[in-house]
Design a protein around this ligand. Structure first.
Ligand SMILES: Nc1ncnc2c1ncn2[C@@H]1O[C@H](COP(=O)(O)OP(=O)(O)OP(=O)(O)O)[C@@H](O)[C@H]1O
Ligand SMILES: [Mg+2]
Length: 238
């Protein structure tokens, strides 16, 4: 469903050119749970922005569900993004003067669904993240972990095929971080593809596959399911 071929990204500001991606190729199939790891500045967020149609590569080909980004207009990208993708960022990115209900409703504004259907979907999404009781709260009345759960509800409300999460636990204590990871895990179990950028080992442990970036290049791409199985077996023996 995701196919990247020789993606390059060079940021230009004035005369300064910063290469951020230096030829990245991989594909991700439906239902995968992939963690993208690597040191600060290695190009993780840059890659994520391209995958999520928030930025275009300088060169290379990116296909999402068979459609090449190069052949799509900005409007078409926005429409696909709205229907097929969900996002979770490190800084929650909730609208501050907007209730939890209205924040989660945002991706459905242009869905053409009736009011009742929208309301049901928003309630279901909030139920899935355990925040039904906070539906009329404002973001500043919630803890960081709760705000991130609202962001996850917003990401899943349009039933996207893929959820992109860029350091979703970066601002959270490890206990709230674990709750977020369990939610992403549950979504993956239900069939949503998850692409996660992370620094933290405990979050990467949910992934079935880990892609390591360094200096804008993939230095390893590893199936880690066997590692997880081995750990689970050890736990069973204990
Ligand atoms: N808008 C921009 N303009 C110019 N350079 C940028 C821009 N965004 C990122 N860069 C540069 O591109 C490189 C990759 O940045 P990127 O944000 O993708 O790294 P990252 O792996 O996400 O790092 P971190 O772990 O710190 O979030 C860095 O050298 C950065 O300075
Ligand atoms: Mg980043």
């Amino acid at each position: 469903m995701i196919e990247a071929k020789n993606l390059k990204k060079i940021y230009k500001s004035g005369l300064v050119e910063t290469p951020a991606l230096n030829g990245v190729s991989f594909s991700i199939g439906r239902g995968e749970f992939v963690a993208i790891m690597g040191p600060s500045g290695s190009g993780k967020s840059t890659l994520m922005h391209i995958l999520a149609f928030l930025d275009r590569p300088t060169s290379g080909v990116y296909r999402f569900e068979g459609k090449s980004m190069n052949e799509l207009t900005d409007d078409q990208l926005a429409r696909i993004r709205n229907k097929r993708m969900g996002f979770v960022f490190q800084q929650y990115n909730l609208l501050p003067r907007t209730t939890v209900f209205d924040n989660v409703r945002l991706p459905l504004i242009y869905s053409g669904l009736r009011k009742e259907a929208v309301e049901r979907l928003v309630r279901e999404a909030l139920e899935a993240v355990g925040l039904s009781e906070r539906i009329n709260f404002f973001p500043n009345q919630l803890s960081g972990g709760q705000q991130q759960r609202v962001a996850i509800a917003r990401a899943l409300v349009n039933n996207p095929s893929v959820i992109f999460a860029d350091e979703p636990t970066g601002n959270l204590d490890s206990k709230s971080g674990k709750v977020i990871m369990e939610l992403l895990q549950k979504l993956n179990d239900k069939g949503h593809t998850i692409v996660l950028v992370t620094h933290e080992k405990y979050t990467a442990e949910h992934a079935k596959r880990i892609i390591q970036l360094r200096d804008g290049k993939i230095i390893s791409d590893e199936d880690v399911r066997h590692r997880r199985l081995a750990t689970e077996e050890k736990e069973l023996v204990k």
